[in-house]
Design a protein around this ligand. Structure first.
Ligand SMILES: Cc1cc2nc3c(=O)[nH]c(=O)nc-3n(C[C@H](O)[C@H](O)[C@H](O)COP(=O)(O)OP(=O)(O)OC[C@H]3O[C@@H](n4cnc5c(N)ncnc54)[C@H](O)[C@@H]3O)c2cc1C
Length: 493
């Protein structure tokens, strides 16, 4: 199902690239990060061309919950502890400036996008200690932060840290309005970067500066972002007849709930898991349970899900792609905070590319290395990647594909090759290879989205094999259902 933003927004359309174009900057990717970067470059007098593989805003941005806040969970205590006070101060300032920039652009361009100032709360239902510490640290960094137990939530909390001066909006109305004035080529997938040229299937763009804003960076080497990032999925319900909240809320604990209002609706978020690691207790089920418990009169109007890139040290990357790739820049790893994150990245990149030193450059530098902050992230990422590849080797055959019931999926052995089978509600069978074309990891089934997902780096494919999410650059091969009916494994989902 589409998000409420997609359902109500008509976005501008653009023709594909043809032939060779030149620009000061080629921006690859037409999501929040790409559109904002191209727009801010234009304000500084630079010509920018945006290349988008599909339609603009068809990636993570169309499925965000669009809180515009510098309150990213309990981040400030962690940043001070792991990176030091100056780094935390830089991160806080970049995100405060990003909120102010949204307000400025909405006002200057008179964009009708339900932009509303509000407060943001991060709450803990069991213990107040970490909340109290975050409140003190946020105050030290200049936030108007306070500790409270008073919220609009349908349950009591042990404590919540409140930040004033945050905001929320309708993201596609905002980004669509900015995109109208840009030079954009849709249905144009970048395939490589060669000597200052972006090569696509439909032509090329020559530019002295290139920004990769493809969500997960599409070039594996150099840069090696696939070693230092993974993708985390989350799910959202839009409920009517629930509660009209003035402010936005997030549980401080992993796996907790997120709340924001939009007009008369409540957007309830959560159910998160690493992409490719769907398990019981994740997805839409816990959200529907919470909706029934806290808002028994409510009715679900929309549901959707999305994923975002998570870095090893928990801070986004914006800056030079790699020292081995001069003239190429990146904006990624927004940690599910890409509204302020992509604005901060766009301000940083547009300044640097126009010859001005950005005050945020060091904080977001992709070349930064803080061993204490990223050791656990690297170790966990490596373990998941090894498990994703090894799974392919140790899989055992048994049974038949006919065991897979309607609406269910499974993996079968087909003459030594793995095949993913999905049987739809009408009984039609769809068979695909389960080897990810990115780096060869074994895909796993997501029953809530009916997709084949990669646990290593987060590429996703629909049950027909079409590519949904990168870093893979193409779909997985389809197989004939007959071939898959032999020698099925005993695993079905
Ligand atoms: C459920 C959920 C809720 C969230 N809620 C919030 C929130 O409340 N507040 C907040 O701040 N953040 C939130 N986020 C995070 C935020 O939505 C994302 O960080 C942000 O939208 C990412 O924008 P992007 O431009 O990096 O990626 P995308 O929007 O995915 O854009 C990347 C674009 O690049 C294109 N592309 C990919 N490969 C190529 C190629 N080779 N050539 C050309 N184009 C290519 C894609 O088609 C896509 O359109 C949330 C995330 C999730 C998952």
């Amino acid at each position: 199902m589409s998000s409420i933003w997609s359902a109500e927004t008509k976005l501008p359309e653009f023709a594909p690239l043809s032939g060779c174009k030149t620009a000061d900057v080629a921006v690859i990717g037409g999501g929040a990060a790409g559109i904002l970067t191209a727009y801010l470059l234009g304000l500084q007098g630079a010509s920018a061309v945006v290349l988008e593989a599909d339609r603009i805003l068809s990636g993570a941005t169309k499925n965000t919950t669009a809180k515009i806040t510098a309150q990213h969970g309990l981040i400030y205590s962690r940043l001070i502890r792991k990176f030091g006070l100056d780094f935390a101060q830089g991160y806080a300032q970049a995100n405060r400036d990003a909120i102010a920039k949204y307000a400025e652009l909405v006002k200057q361009n008179q964009i009708g996008c339900d932009f509303q100032e509000c407060a943001a709360f991060c709450y803990d239902r069991e213990s107040p200690e970490e909340i109290e510490r975050e409140t003190r640290d946020a105050e030290r960094l200049g936030f108007s932060a306070s500790f409270t137990k008073q919220t609009e939530l349908p349950f009591p909390v042990a404590g919540a840290v409140r930040f004033g001066g945050q905001a929320r909006f309708q993201p596609l109305a905002f980004f669509g309005a900015l995109a109208r004035g840009l030079t954009v080529f849709e249905h144009t997938r970048a395939r490589s970067i060669e000597n200052g040229c972006v090569m696509t299937d439909r032509g090329r763009v020559d530019a002295p500066h290139i920004v990769v804003a493809t969500h997960f960076p599409f070039l594996d080497r150099p840069g090696y972002y696939f070693v230092r990032m993974y993708q985390q999925r989350s799910y959202v319900l839009a409920l009517e007849n629930a509660a009209e909240l003035s402010d936005v809320y997030l549980d401080a604990k992993d796996g907790g709930l997120s709340f924001r209002g939009f007009r008369n609706l409540l957007l309830l978020g959560g159910g998160g898991h690493r992409c490719g690691k769907f398990r019981e207790g994740c997805g839409y089920a816990p959200l529907r349970l919470a909706a029934r418990e806290y808002y028994p009169q409510s009715r679900e109007l929309f549901h959707w899900s999305a994923q975002d890139c998570m870095t090893a040290d928990g801070v986004p990357y914006a800056g030079r792609y790699s020292s081995a790739l001069p003239g190429v820049y990146v904006a990624t790893g927004f940690q599910k905070w890409g509204m302020t994150g992509s604005m901060a990245a766009a301000m940083l990149l547009s300044d640097e590319l126009c010859g001005k030193a950005s005050p945020y450059a060091q904080v977001f530098s992709p070349q930064r290395f803080f061993p204490a902050a990223c050791a656990a992230g690297f170790a966990s990422n490596g373990a998941h990647a090894v498990a994703g590849i090894a799974k392919r080797v140790f899989y055992l055959p048994a049974g038949g594909a006919e065991k897979i019931g309607k609406g269910r999926a499974g993996v079968v052995q087909d003459q030594g090759e793995k095949t993913g089978i999905y049987r739809d509600e009408q009984g039609n069978v769809f068979a695909v290879t389960t080897k990810c074309p990115h780096l060869g990891c074994e895909l796993s089934w997501n029953p809530d989205e009916k997709s084949w997902d990669c646990p290593c780096h987060g590429s996703r494919f629909d049950f027909r094999g079409n590519l949904i999410d990168n870093p893979a650059g193409k779909g997985i091969s389809r197989k004939t259902p007959e071939a898959a009916e032999e020698d099925a494994e005993n695993q079905s989902f």
